[in-house]
Design a binder for this molecule. Structure first.
Ligand code: GAR
Length: 208
């Protein structure tokens, strides 16, 4: 059984997709043992509580510096016996001590096809605004391992979504979530739970 900690900042629809996939049995041998938010008002915390999952709110501003914040996060992860850390709409840049301790065990979902529309300043709705501004015809979502950079870690899985002429950022965000994010995040978690994700020479591949 793979114990998972999910880190969230907002609505938590990706968290919900994982909870539902575990309930339905499309993700097996995995259990969410803790949901951590940096915001007390994140609706994701309500979703976790409704599903009977333990929650914690750990805010960087409550700590002396980022290292101390990293230590608090590590303590929570260890207490929850989590072996995989899933960033599902988590908008805090994690401290270096935390990322290096859990290298190869942290994954993130990003709402574009990396390396396009990612990096500093590209998060949430802003990504879809930039996609439409640029006029690209295909976007999508990416699940990748987290390293010290922003959205620079090895890519595990991607799914493309076509842009429509009348898309707005909100409409596109919803379609990318439905068609890509809520599909590939549970898939990757199931693959990791069954040892089907291999990391070699800083490249990830999924064994089908
Ligand atoms: C999702 O679209 C996720 O991909 C994005 O924030 C949204 C959170 O929604 N994450 C990023 O932009 C990270 N760079 P949710 O709280 O409903 O899952």
């Amino acid at each position: 059984m793979l114990n998972i900690a999910v880190l969230v900042s907002g609505g938590g629809t990706n968290l919900q997709a994982v909870i539902d996939a575990i309930d339905k049995g499309t993700v097996t041998d995995a259990k969410i043992t803790l949901v951590i938010s940096n915001r007390t008002d994140a609706y994701a915390l309500t979703r976790a509580a409704k599903a009977g999952i333990e929650t914690a709110c750990i805010r960087p501003k409550d700590y002396f510096d980022r290292e101390e914040y990293g230590r608090a996060m590590t303590e929570a992860i260890e207490d929850a016996k989590a072996e995989l850390i899933v960033l599902a709409g988590f908008l805090v840049v994690l401290p270096g001590n935390f990322v290096s301790k859990y290298k190869g065990r942290i994954i993130n979902i990003h709402p574009s096809l990396i390396p396009s529309f990612c990096g500093d300043g590209f998060y949430g709705l802003k990504v879809h605004e930039k996609v439409l501004e640029r006029g690209v015809k295909v976007t999508g979502a990416t699940v990748h391992f987290v390293d010290e950079g922003t959205d620079t870690g090895p890519i595990i899985m991607q799914k493309a979504v076509y842009i429509k002429n009348d898309d707005t950022p909100d409409i596109l965000q919803k379609r990318v979530m439905e068609e890509a994010e809520w599909v590939i995040l549970p898939k990757v978690i199931d693959a990791i739970a069954h040892g089907r994700v291999v990391l070699k020479d800083n490249k990830a591949s999924v064994i089908e």
